[in-house]
Design a protein. Structure first.
Length: 484
């Protein structure tokens, strides 16, 4: 949870248009408040009711210091790049409202799920501008981070155009044209060269890792997404189409397609591991407030891959993939990364024994490679533990790139099998794997890391031949032909 807390002389706001599927009913009119503590609030994916209650207790103490009791909770998606799903965010916001009211505060709340315009006048005293951040660090405990951060830094982070966007425009690499739509990057010829060079690099590494490249269509019948559980879990992030009275989903991920390839014929334990890779564009209906240049988009290209293996092959596969990922980051951005290991949450599928075994294999892989990592207890997906690698942008924000996610759920839901040495049919473990993650996000990070001066092999313009007069045009043309 992130809160930009402002003691205001005056604030006026007005809902303009609905945004997303969870927009509460409200009157289309201006509202204004005076002498109020304004809480611009972003709810993050791991926030809980406990965090909401504790945050309001701290804000009540702060309000008492200022001798005010009027607060405005203002849902505001621009303070975080790890937002909760809208339904959860709305519930947490309402819990905050109730908790504040129970503490005796005079609570006001701007409507959730709306684009709004506002005017605010902030008081001039030293405590008028604060930034609060609270994060879940385990399933039992939570810790505060970065309280009372100066507003100047927050405003700088939120208002400033991302560095890679201005570089992309200046260097003719990409654009995000409002006529095409928000979050839909368009790459110019130079940008296409950068994408292709990164794909060549990963394709070569994939071959060394034993991956076979495949291709899957951009949409599937919604029946497949119901079977995998994605429809229920990610419906609000999907683009859904109706074709001849049948519902289709533009794919937000590639894993179901790769699972269908695995299912296409009987598999033996001798066949495993089987690994498929794909450079595929996927589509996710991100909220407009979450979109950030190439760092978070609605159409992203992944260097995706999935391994189907036996439990005893987990460690070997993870170690190979992790070693390749770290080598890539070291060579491309100097290895400035944070490695995270997320373990079993309270709600999970599969046996505790399998979870413990799989988690131990991930730990062993990291320790064998002598990798320092952050242990995130209870923050794994319900279908398996995972390793991810975060890379920082020019503002110091961490963005997830590499993912190595174990999955016990999809093989069960789709009935994936192999025949083991004892003749018994068993479920394979599925490993979701992306080395760069999103090509778009990684291009953004590269542009910022090198300030636009990309390495020669990645630069779309490696040499420029400059003539001093027309007399040397012929010679210049010979040089061009020799270089090409």
């Amino acid at each position: 949870m992130k809160i930009l807390q402002l003691h205001a002389d005056y604030i006026e706001y007005e809902p303009i248009s609905r945004e997303g599927p969870v927009a509460e009913e409200t009157e289309m009119k201006k509202e204004s408040l005076r002498d109020v503590l304004v809480l611009f609030t972003s709810i993050e994916e791991n926030d809980t009711e406990e965090i909401a209650s504790r945050m309001m207790e701290e804000i009540k103490e702060f309000a008492d210091r200022l001798n005010i009791d009027k607060i405005l909770i203002y849902p505001y998606a621009h303070l975080s790049n790890k937002l909760a799903r809208p339904e959860k965010a709305f519930e947490i916001i309402k819990k905050m409202e109730n908790a504040a009211r129970n503490l005796g505060l005079d609570v006001h709340r701007s409507p959730f799920g709306w684009n709004k315009k506002f005017t605010i006048s902030i008081k001039g005293h030293p405590l008028a501008e604060q930034f609060r951040s609270e994060v879940q660090v385990s399933k039992r405990t939570a810790a505060r981070q970065g309280l009372e951060k100066p507003i100047q830094q927050v405003v700088k982070e939120e208002v400033r155009e991302p560095t890679h966007v201005s570089l992309g425009r200046e260097l003719d690499i990409f654009t995000i044209n409002p006529t095409a739509g928000s979050g839909l990057p368009i790459y110019y010829p130079k940008g296409a060269i950068i994408r292709e060079e990164l794909i060549k690099l990963i394709r070569e590494i994939n071959r060394d890792l034993g991956f076979q490249e495949v291709w899957t269509p951009h949409l599937f019948r919604s029946e497949l997404w119901y079977r995998t559980g994605h429809y229920e879990a990610y419906r609000e992030r999907m683009f859904v189409l109706n074709i001849e009275d049948e519902e289709y989903v533009v794919k937000p991920m590639n894993c179901p397609g790769h699972a269908l390839i695995y299912m296409s014929r009987p598999r033996s334990y001798r066949d495993l591991p089987i690994a498929y890779s794909e450079f595929a564009t996927v589509y996710r209906n991100e909220q407009s407030g979450e979109l950030t240049g190439l760092l978070r988009v609605r159409a992203l290209t992944q260097d995706d891959g999935h391994v189907f293996c036996r439990p005893d092959q987990i460690k070997g596969q993870v170690t190979k993939i992790m070693n390749a990922a770290l080598t890539i980051h070291q060579n491309l951005i100097g290895g400035k990364v944070v490695v995270n290991l997320s373990t079993r949450p309270e709600k999970f599928i599969g046996s505790i024994e399998l979870w413990d075994y799989a988690t131990e294999m991930l730990k062993n892989s990291l320790e064998e490679l002598k990798i320092k990592y952050v242990l995130k207890e209870g923050e794994g997906a319900f279908y398996g533990p995972k390793i991810d690698i975060d890379v920082e942008d020019s503002l110091g924000r961490k963005w997830q790139c590499t993912t190595i996610q174990l999955d016990f759920f999809m093989p069960e839901k789709l009935g994936l099998e192999y025949v083991d040495a004892d003749g018994v049919k068993k479920r394979p473990v599925m490993i979701h794997r992306a080395l760069l993650g999103s090509l778009d996000r990684y291009i953004a990070l590269l542009l910022e890391h090198y300030n636009g001066r990309l390495p020669v092999w990645l630069s779309p313009e490696q040499v420029r031949i400059i003539t001093v007069s027309d007399r040397v045009l012929g010679y210049a043309e010979k040089i061009r032909e020799a270089l090409s």
